[in-house]
Design a protein around this ligand. Structure first.
Ligand code: FPP
Length: 254
């Protein structure tokens, strides 16, 4: 039975789906999945219960992206700053990729999804690395949705690493400093090869970027909702895309 704190997950009608499919579908959607801790606290549960529920929402968002033929979905799953959290919470978060992939990988393969990781995975525990590397390897030839997990990712350190690599390449004569362009910087980022997000969604009412894709989000459309990530449902996801479809992207022009 649903208790008063459980928000019934809403799905959208076939008519809404058709309407949305007639509009411009964002090629790349990036999501800051926020509010798991508050969701759990509201229910008197440990914070990790929010993360577990949040993982289930990932499943449903992946399904919606497939339905709409979104090409890239980037999910901010663990930031370089999240190491500051209590050890029990970090340990739990580190288990989620393995937990998720042990159930979902066969389905992702069936759905032609390609798993990709953006972030420094070297610092992750062996079992996390193993699970994500296996998913990346097994799905590398798939050409459907790219499911890009930002794991141990921080945009400033990504940019610093890119600048250091460019500097080293200039010194070694591999890169000509006269020819460094915006495209060059883009190519040195961890997201090299991926188009920039068209739409950024952040849940839980926080209006900030939290060190997420600072370069890549320069011209993205932003959509914020008060809904906490574990409550985020198909209706909310479509709402975000419908809002995106109303926007006029001018990229600094008129
Ligand atoms: C932010 O909410 C959320 C995170 C730091 C973790 C997000 C991870 C998931 C949703 C699961 C990911 C699933 C896979 C498969 C890797 P918060 O804890 O900061 O919430 P609060 O602001 O309410 O405390």
């Amino acid at each position: 039975m649903l208790n008063k704190l459980t928000r019934r997950k809403k799905t959208v009608s076939d008519d809404t789906k058709k309407d949305v499919l007639h509009g411009d579908i964002p090629v790349h959607i990036a999501i800051i999945m926020d509010g798991n801790g508050r969701w759990a606290k509201q229910r008197g549960l440990p914070r990790v219960a929010g993360h577990r529920e949040g993982m289930n929402v990932v499943r449903s968002v992946v399904r919606s992206c497939n339905e709409l033929d979104v090409k890239i979905l980037t999910l901010y799953a663990f930031s370089t700053e999240n190491w500051k959290r209590p050890k029990t919470e970090v340990d739990f978060l580190m288990k989620l990729p393995e937990k998720f992939l042990s159930v979902e990988l066969p389905k992702l393969i069936e759905e032609n999804v390609r798993v990709r990781i953006t972030g420094d995975i070297e610092r992750l525990p062996e079992f996390t690395k193993k699970a994500v590397n296996e998913a990346v390897e097994t799905t590398k030839n798939n050409n459907g949705l790219i499911l890009n997990f930002a794991l141990n990712y921080g945009s400033r350190s990504e940019l610093m690493d890119a600048f250091k690599s460019m500097y080293a390449d200039v010194r070694e004569g591999v890169l000509d400093e006269q020819h460094i362009s915006e495209e060059t910087v883009t190519d040195y980022l961890m997201t090299s090869g991926l188009s920039e997000p068209d739409l950024l969604i952040r849940t839980s009412g926080e209006i900030r970027l939290s060190n997420f894709m600072l370069w890549q989000l320069a011209y993205s459309e932003f959509w914020f909702t008060e809904v906490l990530w574990p409550d985020f449902d198909q209706e909310n996801f479509y709402e975000a895309i419908q809002a995106y479809q109303q926007r006029q992207r001018r990229y600094g022009g008129v």
